[in-house]
Write a new protein. Structure first.
Length: 334
């Protein structure tokens, strides 16, 4: 049988398409966390899930413990190609990524991580500015922090008057509200906080339950007072955009179909760590107390002035800061 040029070309194209469909993709994944950390545990399960759902066409090699990426510069490092995929945390960036970095602070007063995640991902879908800021990467998952509370050396906090005169290790976002009620917020690395608590350099720290065990704070504090400090949500895993663009659509679909799974699984494993931390604290004799809802509401209200200023700064950049803030607060008040 004689083949025409057209037939020969068609066969060549069909063979090329078949080869492309069967192609294997070996990808790297980098994280600043260890495989035993809740985030790393979720990543390991997700990697196995992606490999299984792509029928082995995708093989992912993980690099744990900050060997390739850092928490603060993860987005830039991934966009530059240090890995094909990575854990990212734009909330820790020193500048840039303004919507992704600043909107999480608008979730003050929220106590349910699942609600925070639902509201946040809804905002991401509604406002393209979140995605537009992350040039060079394609988001594959989101994190939501479990609420942090007050871990204290000498006495519990039951009313806001009890904050007067305390020195509390705090993230920058919490220093203003603490000052409103007479406490001094002190910034220092978490790695330096244990000895500071042990020596009485600080009277307490704002941290989640899991820190009682993971950072051994349960060994040096006597009280855990439930004054919630929400940590919001943020994009946490992503793929280099050029790598993403090189993948066939069916492989892309597998990753996109697992965004919600990875986000939910990360939240679930974080809660497991929270429960283990509280259990460890109880074993060490830490006393836990809840704070009255009206006291919590008064404390949460002290976050509003500075967050309004943040929203106005976003507005001045041409971004929907105040509009998003109103949406976050309206969802909280429903």
């Amino acid at each position: 049988m004689t083949l025409t040029l057209r037939t020969t070309t068609a066969i060549a194209l069909a063979l090329a398409a078949t080869h492309a469909a069967a192609q294997d993709f070996t990808l790297t994944y980098a994280s600043p966390y260890t495989e035993t950390h809740p985030y790393g545990q979720a990543d390991a399960e997700w990697i196995a899930r992606i490999e299984e759902q792509t029928n082995g066409r995708v093989e992912i090699t993980p690099y744990w413990g900050g060997t390739l990426v850092t928490s603060r510069e993860g987005v830039d490092e991934l966009a530059a190609g240090v890995a094909d995929m990575a854990y990212i945390a734009p909330i820790y960036a020193r500048s840039g990524y303004d919507m992704n970095r600043l909107v999480p602070g608008m979730f003050y007063g929220y106590t349910d991580p699942a609600e925070v995640l639902e509201v946040y991902t809804g905002l991401v879908e509604e406002y393209p500015q979140f995605t537009e800021e992350l040039q060079g990467v394609h988001v594959l998952g989101y994190n939501v922090g479990t609420p942090m509370h007050l871990l204290l050396r000498e006495a519990p906090v039951e009313t806001l008057d009890d904050l007067q005169g305390l020195r509390i290790r705090s993230a920058v976002d919490f220093i203003g509200p603490l000052a409103t009620f007479g406490a001094e917020g002190v910034t220092m690395p978490m790695t330096e906080t244990f000895p500071a608590l042990e020596r009485g350099v600080v009277d307490g720290v704002i941290a989640p339950y899991e820190a009682l065990k993971s950072l051994s704070f349960g060994d040096v504090v006597g009280y855990y007072s439930g004054l919630p400090h929400s940590r919001g949500a943020y994009p946490s895993r992503a793929m280099n955009q050029s790598v993403w663009d090189s993948l066939p659509q069916d492989i892309q679909a597998v990753f996109d179909d697992n965004v919600d799974w990875l986000s939910q699984r990360t939240m679930e494993l974080s809660q497991v760590a929270e429960d283990a931390g509280r259990e460890y604290g109880e074993e060490q004799g830490v006393v836990f107390n809840e704070i009255a809802p009206e006291v919590q509401a008064e404390y949460a209200a002290s976050f509003e002035p500075s967050i309004r200023e943040v929203a106005a700064e976003l507005d001045a950049m041409g971004k929907p800061g105040t509009e998003v803030l109103e949406a976050v607060r309206a969802a909280h008040d429903e």
